[in-house]
Design a protein around this ligand. Structure first.
Ligand code: FE2
Ligand code: FE2
Length: 184
């Protein structure tokens, strides 16, 4: 199963950032590859969050023209929804919210998982860690939109991830809703 995680991180050129992300994901590998991304809105099936994460990573990875720090943006794209591993489980093929999801949500869980990984394995400079953390904390767009962000996206990398995240979630929602778009 290691191929999936290595594929996700293969576009990160800084070896320490790449190792930090890989070590974090390997620690939670089974849940990360299996968890759905939601219980209904988008990618609501086993492995859905990995599929969503892959989509967001691939689009962000191709965004080199915006003069962003691509390694930070890719790392943030890969980790933005990692907190969902504590939020959902699958029981007899049905998606269930965990109590922890209801009480805390995936922003807090994602932040905890990231901080735990950094405390165990501080192999990247703190300012890089802060920028990746900012992407997790702001990835649902401006706080005023009320979609769960803890802070507004304030870096180009965070802005990019939040926009791509919204786009992929919405496209998946339309696909799963089987809405007729132009008769397809
Ligand atoms: Fe999210
Ligand atoms: Fe997402």
């Amino acid at each position: 199963m290691t191929g999936e995680i290595e594929f996700l991180t293969s576009g990160i050129s800084d070896k320490n950032i790449q190792k930090f992300v890989e070590d974090l994901l390997f620690k939670h590998e089974k849940e990360f590859l299996e968890v759905p991304s939601s219980s209904g809105f988008h990618h609501a099936y086993k492995g859905g969050n990995f599929e969503h994460t892959t989509n967001v990573m691939l689009i962000v990875q191709s965004s080199y023209n915006y003069k962003i720090n691509l390694d930070i943006a890719i790392a943030g794209a890969i980790l933005h929804d990692v907190g969902k591993i504590k939020c959902y489980s699958i029981n007899k093929k049905r998606i269930v919210h965990t109590v922890r999801d209801v009480l805390h949500g995936h922003f807090l869980h994602g932040n905890r998982i990231l901080e735990e990984a950094y405390n165990e394995n501080p192999i990247i400079p703190k300012d890089q860690f802060d920028e990746i953390q900012h992407i997790i904390l702001s990835h649902h767009g401006p706080v005023s939109q009320g979609h769960g962000s803890i802070v507004d996206p304030m870096t180009m990398e965070a802005l990019l991830v939040s926009q791509v995240d919204q786009m992929d979630a919405y496209l998946s929602h339309i696909k799963e809703s089987k809405v007729n778009l132009f008769c397809r």
